[in-house]
Design a protein around this ligand. Structure first.
Ligand SMILES: O=C(O)CCC(=O)C(=O)O
Ligand SMILES: [Fe+2]
Length: 308
């Protein structure tokens, strides 16, 4: 069975630009993205977060529906979505979840009697995952010779937390929980409990079941990054299919650019051989205006939307 590449990021603190370690990890990242559009980042420190993160998620999803609905928001792709019709999932999305101040008011709303551990647990995990995302982003931009844009891109990024709960379908027949799709954002990093279900499609059309180990964070590319890179990397086509009766929990970091930032391939990536493929666009604006079509099975394709 094919397996997506596993890349060791355990010495995340030591992987610094210019070091031998950096160049070695960067070459593995680019090799994996070229061959599979995705990889598993193995980060030993993730394991310390595992038990508290999934316990915090259980605590949230066990709240009464009317309490969870206090997190519903007018903004698309933020807030609480659920409960799921058969085959779908329930989720909580929080913008800029690496900043404690963004989670604390929500935590107080959900648990008026107090629950500091929920925000602390989620913030510290998202901080770890966002550091990983920044490292990967810097490596990708460096590989294409456009590293001078890394800081402005990072400064314009919303590190959105998305906690997902999939009920077990109670059958041994595989059930599609999330239809094949591309993510629309820049980079998505996923950390799951022991219930597998994510599948990745290779360019050749083959589906690979992802079976991450407890220290693995799955890294996938979204359409927005493809647009920013003038098509240099392809978005990862993926789906979720599960069996059995156990709950699948996934905590994801969906990095995407904020409103006001124009997603536009830098001039270094455009020349006679590589003409500009996409119209510049504002990701937030796109999400706000096209979100009604973002439901399962009918996702607006960003690449189609801004293709020239
Ligand atoms: O559950 C997963 O592993 C992936 C979720 C996903 O693809 C998404 O939320 O866009
Ligand atoms: Fe996805």
């Amino acid at each position: 069975m094919a397996k997506i590449p596993v890349i060791d990021f355990s010495k995340l603190d030591l992987i610094k630009p210019g070091s031998l370690e950096w160049d070695w990890v960067k070459s593995q990242v680019m090799g994996a993205l070229e061959a599979y559009n995705c990889f598993e980042a193995s980060v030993d420190r993730a394991v310390e977060h595992r038990e508290p993160v999934f316990r915090a998620m259980e605590e949230f999803f066990h709240l009464p529906l009317e309490t969870k609905r206090l997190c519903e928001s007018e903004k698309p792709l933020r807030g609480y979505f659920g409960p799921p019709p058969l085959g779908l999932h329930e989720s909580l999305s929080i913008d800029d979840a690496h900043v404690a101040e963004n989670l604390e008011p929500l935590t107080t709303t959900l648990w008026p009697q107090g629950n500091t551990s929920f925000s602390k647990t989620m913030v510290s995990f998202i901080q770890l995952v966002s550091e990983l995302e920044k490292t990967i982003m810097r490596m990708i931009l460096e590989s294409f010779g456009v590293e001078k844009y890394t800081d402005e891109l990072i400064d314009s990024t919303n590190y959105q937390l998305r906690a997902l709960k999939y009920e077990g379908p109670n059958t041994n027949e595989p059930v599609v929980m999330s239809v094949p799709h591309h993510d629309l954002n820049m980079i998505t990093l996923l950390y799951q409990n022991e219930i597998n279900g994510l599948g990745i499609q290779t360019e050749a059309g083959e589906w690979i079941d992802v079976k991450p180990s407890p220290n693995s964070i799955i890294v996938i590319i979204g359409e927005s990054l493809s647009v920013w890179l003038n098509g240099r990397l392809s978005p990862t086509r993926h789906r979720v299919v599960t069996t059995g009766n156990r709950v699948r929990h996934v905590v994801g970091l969906f990095a995407r650019t904020r409103g006001g930032y124009l997603v536009k391939a830098p001039s270094e990536l455009v020349d006679d051989e590589n003409p500009r493929l996409f119209k510049p666009y504002d990701h937030e604006d796109f999400i706000e205006h096209f979100s009604t079509q973002l439901d399962q099975g009918n996702r607006t394709n960003l690449i189609t939307y801004c293709s020239i």
